[in-house]
Design a protein around this ligand. Structure first.
Ligand code: R5P
Length: 299
């Protein structure tokens, strides 16, 4: 039996190593650099001939990463890979899933079509599905969607005394309830309204029955950080102490982490995106599903 071959995109080497270690997979490598004109050079430093291969790389800030992924996928096939999958712990371009103003691009749809043309299958963690029910609605290749809620629930149970799990908006209820059940804690959801990229307002329902508990704000994405900040302010206005903030995907653009840190007791994330706040690894979760599709052909 030949182990799957994992090929990390630039920046994903540490995550791919954790994944390889968790699942007993083989780690390949790419050499990449920029030509003086800014274009990308890419070379395989492993032999994918006849192998099941997974390119590993999260797709936040995807505009540049997408081309690198395209070059890697084509090159792997040209060198005989039997199947080229993608492990993207964070999958970008899911939030603009509708045309809110005339003339807007529905980027989630275009990105899904382009990505489906590159890889044979996809594994990801907590994709931001809002108006889209499943990835199958936009992706033409088979996909596996994994959920970090049990890992987050276990982390909260270990690390936080007397927690109160808080989802920042009504859409997060299902997720907050799963995390809370796993952590053995109560939960509540707030009411969020977004008026712009950095203009978020949050209203809190009456939470006095939870007085004295440590709020744990959970969200799938922290990008501008405004959701966490507004939720933290609303909770503190009700007399709660600064929340522990737990996010799946730590995008944290610009000064977002500094701002959120001022409003929070602690900020942690899963390692779907490599970030200073990473405290919970999704590598074992992904390794488990990749292992189920192990290459059983004799080498
Ligand atoms: C929204 O529906 C998501 O669940 C997050 O709350 C949102 O993406 C966070 O973005 P930001 O950090 O920019 O407020």
């Amino acid at each position: 039996m030949t182990a799957r071959l994992l090929v990390p995109l630039p920046g994903a080497e540490a995550f791919a190593e954790r994944l390889a270690h968790a699942g007993g997979f083989e780690l390949g490598a790419l050499e990449t650099r920029r030509f003086p004109d800014g274009e990308r050079y890419l070379r395989l430093l492993c032999d994918p001939a006849g192998r099941l291969v997974d390119i590993v790389g999260e797709l936040s800030r995807p505009d540049d990463r997408f081309l690198t992924l395209a070059f890697a996928a084509d090159t792997l096939r040209e060198h005989g890979a039997r199947e080229v999958g993608l492990v993207a712990p964070y999958l970008g371009y899911l939030r603009q899933d509708a045309r809110f103003q005339p003339g807007e691009a529905i980027t989630s749809r275009t990105f899904a079509r382009l990505l489906s043309g590159l890889v044979d299958r996809l594994v990801t963690v907590d994709p931001h599905l809002h108006r889209i029910a499943t990835l199958d609605e936009v992706y033409a290749v088979p996909s596996v969607t994994l959920h970090a809620a049990p890992l987050i629930g276990d982390w909260i149970a270990r690390e936080v005394d007397s927690p109160l799990v808080i989802g920042p908006d009504l859409e997060s209820e299902q997720w907050a309830s799963q995390v809370a059940m796993r952590a053995g804690a109560p939960y509540a959801v707030l009411e969020k309204q977004r008026f712009g990229d950095r203009d978020v307002r949050v209203a809190t329902p009456g939470l006095s029955r939870f007085a004295g508990r440590q709020p744990v704000l959970i969200d799938d994405i922290a990008s501008s950080g405004r959701t966490l900040i507004a939720a933290s302010e609303a909770l503190q206005a009700q007399g709660f102490s600064p929340p522990v903030c737990v996010v799946v995907h730590a995008i944290f653009g610009e000064d977002a982490l500094a701002r959120v840190s001022q409003a929070a007791a602690r900020v942690v994330s899963t390692d779907t995106i490599e970030h200073a706040t990473n405290a919970i690894s999704v590598a074992p979760l992904i390794a488990e599903v990749l292992g189920q599709g192990a290459d059983s052909q004799a080498s």
